[in-house]
Design a binder for this molecule. Structure first.
Ligand SMILES: C[S@@+](CC[C@H](N)C(=O)[O-])C[C@H]1O[C@@H](n2cnc3c(N)ncnc32)[C@H](O)[C@@H]1O
Length: 279
């Protein structure tokens, strides 16, 4: 089984034309599961470890999607001590069905329907870059966390070592330079500096940013491409916006850049994890 990594120097990076891309997650949960969802449970465990989530605590999963982190939190804390929120109705419904007993709300990070200081932890996995106002979203996460509690998040290292998305956008831009505007490497919070500044700017103390490398398995390239054809997230939405011949060219270019064939392989993905305490 091959393990492919993105390495540094992933090609030219553009600025997202739609700075959020949040609407690309109004999609069936199963489509998300086949794409980025493959990495979710392992990343959730890394995020929880970095945040120091312990049995007996209460936690909120902000931007829960179909529930990868909510599931892991419920396994550790019990569903009754876990709440979750996401503005995507299909994702919130999937999370509610997958984690019975957890309180799951349809709401954005910027307006969380929870009391001040209700949680020991507020966590956001792969969400900060999709908030319409990230500073307001992180301030809300801090508001609903008790003094001394921890606010944390994980974001992909889109510009360099999130192998799938880095190779995808490199392939897309090579074939269509205009795709640079949609390259997720242009996301505002995908490097330690801007992420740490966002946390400090929200008044959080003891801010730390550290890397976590996770991986996902694929049966072969067709299995990977099926995930993108679900149309979820900025990459899936771009792939499915192409006509059939353009889509086939993109698939071939991505396959070539990944060096992937019909045999099983794994891809690594680096995330940055930020933590900070409510003063
Ligand atoms: C890449 S998915 C991550 C989902 C989930 N946390 C996971 O790790 O699988 C991004 C999520 O952010 C959600 N989202 C978009 N805008 C948001 C906002 N303003 N506040 C909170 N979540 C938002 C999307 O609906 C989507 O579920």
């Amino acid at each position: 089984m091959t393990v492919l990594t993105a390495g540094a120097g992933g090609g030219s990076l553009g600025v997202m034309s739609d700075p959020s891309g949040a609407e690309t997650f109004r999609a069936p949960a199963e489509a998300y599961d086949l794409n980025i969802g493959r990495y979710g449970r392992e990343l959730a465990r890394a995020l929880m470890a970095a945040a120091g989530v312990r049995p007996g605590e209460r936690a909120l999963d902000v931007g829960c999607g179909p529930g990868a982190l909510t599931t892991e939190l419920a396994a550790l804390l019990g569903a009754g001590r876990v709440a979750a929120a996401d503005p995507s109705v299909p994702f919130a419904e999937a999370c509610r069905a997958r984690v019975p007993g957890a309180r799951v709300e349809v709401a954005p990070a910027e307006a969380l329907p929870f009391e001040d200081g209700a949680f020991d932890h507020a966590l956001a996995q792969l969400v900060v870059n999709f908030m319409s106002d990230a500073a307001a979203g992180v301030r809300e996460m801090a508001r609903v966390t008790r003094a001394g509690g921890v606010v944390s998040a994980a974001v992909w290292d889109y510009a360099e070592e999130m192998t799938l998305l880095r190779r995808f956008w490199d392939a897309a831009v090579a074939l269509d330079p205009a795709a640079a505007d949609r390259d997720e490497g242009g996301m505002p919070f995908c490097a330690p500096g801007p992420l740490g500044d966002l946390w400090s700017g929200a008044g959080l103390a003891g801010v730390d940013v550290s890397p976590a490398v996770v991986s996902a398995g694929y049966d072969g390239f067709a299995d990977l491409w099926r995930g993108l054809e679900g149309g979820v997230g900025p990459a899936g939405a771009y792939a499915t916006s192409l006509p059939p011949d353009g889509r086939a060219r993109l698939a071939a270019e991505l396959r070539r850049r990944l060096g992937a064939g019909d045999a099983p392989f794994r891809l690594t993905a680096r995330a940055w994890i930020v933590t900070g305490r409510v003063p």
